[in-house]
Design a protein around this ligand. Structure first.
Ligand SMILES: [Zn+2]
Length: 705
């Protein structure tokens, strides 16, 4: 996961973000949050001075200042130029940048009741600020003038890219429409916002209110004690006797995997896949039809063939046709794999004398049995070789080999919690300062779940060199003092993933802040991070860093083999349930303005694709929140596979060379991918690295097809 700043993302997409180095010393009694960052390394966030009560006045002051700076640019009497318009926008809002960075760090890591109250009040103000800037007509006229000026050809390629990014973002938000169209657009956006809310609330209602009631212990046969306990307390909270299986994935998936009661598996499965599709008050079909109609109208008005074309224009894929090509290429072999998996499961069921034909509610149950029989992998055994501190050292080792970075702890930098450590990153050869990496590994109250990377400050050199500050955050449970924290293979892999995002930020070598670091297209941003995951299982890492917490002996190769072999298990199921959703998402948004009955569309499309009858879409249309809970991942569910194709293909550059530590390939990777941010079209950047476009073969191999 990248950049936890949900509000920040919104803020950036509204084109209001900028960093600058102008100094504001005129304030008399300064709120510490609005002050310039001071101290070592070109200034660091003053986490030791944060008071929640200071956030609101600091944000209000910074917002007003940013709007004033934008107005000054928009109303400049000089003719528009790159310098006085595009570069000036980069410099505007430096105070806002500083305050909002700390605000979003607090939101993710230190959220108490007082902060949550500030957040409820400030959230709509962030949105309004973005609108005020994109709807500033004088500002857009100036951006458009720079974009259309013949002078543009004389700019550097990075400057031309920046002009393009600014211009297209304004156009995509409707800046070129006439007044009547603008009014209709904002009407559509507001209608959509209500429909998204309705969709989400219907879904939540089905998930909260529906359940399968279990009245005797025998109905829970096969389930673990911890599952039974959770099911009992869920029942108690609904004031019913016994146990319940809630209508959520975290409750349903384990039941379908372990329950020995086939009749109940069927009942639970049917409840879950019909969320939002029950025909009553919470049915989402009509809402979806309306959302699709409005999206089609909006896309047309903005000058795009369909909603999918609008969404993909500034993604790496660029057109829905290219995304579809990938999805369809993977589809056929994956469906073949499902047939094999079903054959294996049927054979096992026959051997047990079950006298059944595998149905969708049997898939997870028999898959788990096949897995146990074939791999016999004990997760607890693996954990004893994975110590949090050693895995962190392993990441430093990889960064040293591939990026030529060193990491050393620093003490003179304020942190927001004593668990956070700060590391200075330097170039191994020159000793030159590269940036700072904050590491916050442990769970605490007020910290959101999961693992992520944040950029506290992005590298740039518009007026003077500014270095990167990034963080990695996760939620490990702190051990007793002096005892190592043991983590799972998946967790170790996630640490490498997040560290990949951090290295992407730290490697940045660009001029303009908007184009810096991880600020790249949605179907591209997970590629550098997914790539880093590959180094966890290299012998160099395993031999030295994956050592037993008591004996110090490296993890046995036989155990590593088991981990790697089981990695491709079950990929037929996982990839097909994902792909069918991605295909439906894209086809619905390519259908244009025709009136769509979602259930019928889904049924007919899946039939024409040859969807195996033994499984179902990961997100059926009436419950597909990626597509209908917001615009965010609409016509964008393909992105996960797209990034993974690039990841697998790029690792091939190493394996075709001297292996994962091939210095020449590493250098090329940093030069063309990790350091360029959004200064270049991602497809072109990739060709510069690989000498060609990504091919899908490596992914097929990685997933075992
Ligand atoms: Zn990520």
């Amino acid at each position: 996961m990248l950049a936890a700043f949900a509000g920040f993302g919104l803020y950036m997409s509204s084109e209001t973000i900028s960093r600058a180095s102008t100094s504001e010393k005129e304030n008399t009694i300064e709120n510490p949050l609005v002050a310039e960052w001071s101290g070592p390394f070109g200034g660091v966030p003053a986490f030791d001075k944060v008071k929640v009560a200071d956030f609101k006045p600091a944000l209000e002051e910074a917002m007003a200042e940013q709007l004033a700076e934008i107005d000054k640019i928009a109303n400049n009497s000089e003719p528009p130029s790159f310098e006085n318009t595009i570069a000036a926008m980069e410099r505007a809002g430096s105070k806002m940048e500083r305050v909002s960075t700390i605000y979003f760090i607090w939101s993710g890591n230190m959220k108490d009741a007082a902060f949550a109250a500030v957040e409820r009040e400030m959230a709509p103000k962030f949105a309004a600020l973005g609108d005020k800037i994109t709807q500033n007509e004088n500002l857009f006229k100036r951006i458009e003038a720079v974009y259309n000026s013949p002078e543009k050809q004389k700019l550097t390629s990075e400057q031309q890219r920046l002009v393009w990014v600014r211009y297209t973002n304004f156009v995509r938000a409707g800046a070129r429409l006439n007044a009547e169209q603008k009014a209709r657009l904002s009407q559509i956006n507001q209608q959509l916002a209500s429909l998204f809310t309705k969709f989400g609330q219907n879904l939540l209602k089905d998930e909260n209110e529906q359940y399968v009631h279990l009245r005797s212990e025998s109905e829970l046969s096969g389930m673990s004690q911890s599952y039974k306990d959770a099911a009992a307390s869920a029942a108690a909270s609904k004031k019913v006797d016994g146990w319940i299986v809630s209508n959520t994935r975290s409750s349903v998936d384990p039941f379908l995997t372990y329950s020995e009661r086939r009749d109940l598996r069927e009942k639970v499965w049917k409840m879950f896949v019909n969320r939002g599709d029950g025909g009553g008050a919470t049915d989402n079909n009509a809402t979806i039809t309306e959302i699709l109609q409005l999206r089609a109208e909006r896309a047309k008005m903005l000058g795009y063939q369909t909603h999918a074309h609008w969404r993909l224009e500034n993604a790496m894929a660029k057109t829905p046709e290219r995304a579809m090509e990938l999805l369809e290429a993977v589809w056929t072999p994956v469906v073949e794999r499902v047939k094999e998996e079903v054959r294996d499961m049927q054979a096992l069921a026959d051997k047990e004398g079950a006298k059944i034909t595998i149905e969708p509610w049997d898939y997870r149950y028999y898959m788990e049995k096949v897995r146990k029989e074939r791999y016999d992998l004990d997760a607890n055994e693996v954990k004893q070789y994975l110590q949090l501190d050693k895995i962190r050292d392993a990441m430093f080792f990889v960064a040293g080999e591939l990026f030529n970075f060193t990491f050393s702890p620093v003490k003179n930098v304020p942190v927001f919690h004593p668990d956070v450590t700060v590391w200075e990153v330097k170039d191994k050869t020159s000793g030159k300062h590269v940036g700072l990496w904050y590491f916050d590994p442990y769970a605490r109250d007020g910290k959101r779940s999961g693992a992520w990377m944040n950029a506290y400050r992005s590298q740039e050199r518009m007026d003077k060199p500014i270095t990167t500050i990034v963080s990695n955050n996760s939620n490990f449970v702190k051990g007793k003092p002096g005892e190592p924290v043991l983590i799972s293979w998946d967790d170790a892999s996630t640490m490498f993933h997040e560290f990949g995002h951090a290295l992407h930020g730290l490697s940045s070598d660009v001029t303009y802040p908007t184009l810096s670091g991880t600020n790249v297209a949605r179907d591209y941003v997970e590629f550098p991070s997914q790539l880093l995951e590959h180094w966890l299982s290299t012998p160099q890492v395993l031999q030295k860093y994956a050592v037993h917490y008591q004996t110090g002996k490296p993890i046995p190769q036989s155990l590593v083999d088991k981990i790697e072999k089981s990695a491709t298990f079950n990929q037929g199921f996982a990839t097909t349930e994902y792909l069918s959703s991605a295909l439906i998402d894209m086809k619905l948004h390519l259908a244009g303005s025709q009136l769509i009955d979602p259930d019928k569309f889904e049924r007919e499309t899946l039939a024409s694709l040859g969807m195996p009858r033994e499984l179902v879409m990961r997100h059926r249309t009436p419950q597909f929140a990626h597509a209908f809970g917001s615009d965010g991942y609409s016509a964008g569910y393909y992105s996960y596979l797209w990034s993974d194709v690039i990841t697998a293909d790029s690792f091939g550059a190493f394996t075709e060379g001297k292996g994962p530590y091939d210095k020449a390939v590493g250098k090329k990777l940093v030069k063309n991918i990790f350091s360029v941010g959004n200064t270049i079209d991602p497809a072109e950047a990739y060709r510069n690295f690989r000498g060609r476009d990504p091919k899908v073969e490596a992914l097929m191999k990685k997933r075992g097809f």
